[in-house]
Ligand binder design. Sequence first.
Ligand SMILES: Cc1ncc(COP(=O)(O)O)c(C=O)c1O
Ligand SMILES: N[C@@H](CCCC[NH3+])C(=O)O
Length: 416
Amino acid sequence: MDAFLYQNNELFAEQVALKQIAQTYGTPTYVYSRRHLEERFLSYQNALQGREHLICYAVKANSNIGVLNVLARLGSGFDIVSIGELERVLAAGGEASKVVYSGVAKTKADIAHALKAGIHCFNVESEGELEAINQVAAELDMQARISLRLNPDVDAKTHPYISTGLKDNKFGIDIERAPAVYQRANSLSHIEVIGVDCHIGSQLTEISPFLDALDRLLSLIDSLAEQGIVIKHLDLGGGLGVRYQDETPPEPGEYVAAVLERLGERELTLAFEPGRSIAANAGVLLTKVEYLKCNPHKNFAIIDAAMNDMIRPALYQAWLNIQPVTPRAEGVSKRYDIVGPVCETGDFLGKDRELILEQGDLLSVAGAGAYGFTMSSNYNSRGRAAEIMVDGDSCHVIRARETIADLMLGEALLPE
Ligand SMILES: Cc1ncc(COP(=O)(O)O)c(C=O)c1O
Ligand SMILES: N[C@@H](CCCC[NH3+])C(=O)O
């Protein structure tokens, strides 16, 4: 059930009024629902019941250790793309043995770090990386488990910036090269080949591109078996979309069921790397209207959150629902562009939103739990927002608002 609902004309996060959060912790603030995170994780887990599987939450979507901890307690694995993310997972109580490591540019130092930590496997994105992993594992006298991340050349039908499975994209190994690269991997002394992996893009709202990619991977798995290379682990990546506006993406359960049906009798450990579909609608960005600027041709609601807090509208023209925390029954309804304080024309969180507003009103920007805080920056020397986890009727500060001192941390003046 939606974790952010109105009760008596007040928007709540679970059982806590957002107005209360704004009064106590200030704005802009990210507010997350523990219940929503748990429900979304469990919807994957329930669909995979009775079958060997690994659900590796994609840390990049929301990497706060409070969020990771909620998922780790449910037994989640994690998909990482850096050593920073690995260390967050460990700090949050996650198990290294359930970590898969994706990313196109792992350095030898990264590879050594992950091997020593005991991760489940590397999702290898190039032939050069495969050789590097073998070399590092040999130096450490270890065996490295690997999957090859393949680029199946399917159209994910999503925004071009978040499409990753076309042969023009930088990700993965061309599926045409896969048989040769598997042969090479199999011949390397410190590599253990366990799997096949792909991730074709993000915010997919249909199942068919996933199944097209799956079909290509399954026929590869079958032909590798004929050559004596046994694949035990099949990772379909993340990418399942969510509803921001009027999209109708499949539920995780439907998606998983369609995949299971396609697998048939094959004995494979199935892995997924969901990020957005777990975290996006578990969070809102709470913000205050500082000023209203109403010109004859255009109205602006200037808020205290900006593109540095949430860049998705500026970067992908993403549409996020913007709701008043306490809707006004009376007043003049106007069409506003909802803009932030940053000195960029692209600094908007929404355009042409019909609202009744007064200065000082609170707004809630929905769908902000994934790729919100993690993509935020200090542009314009703005401290990053606080993050709050709501759990029933209690609130926990899981990241304090950044201070002026935080902004200059590690910087120095030149010597006299
Ligand atoms: C390798 C990999 N796995 C998983 C994800 C998570 O994707 P999503 O948030 O769309 O589920 C991403 C990001 O798109 C990714 O690059
Ligand atoms: N950051 C993107 C998703 C990219 C996923 C990373 N592979 C978004 O906000 O939609």
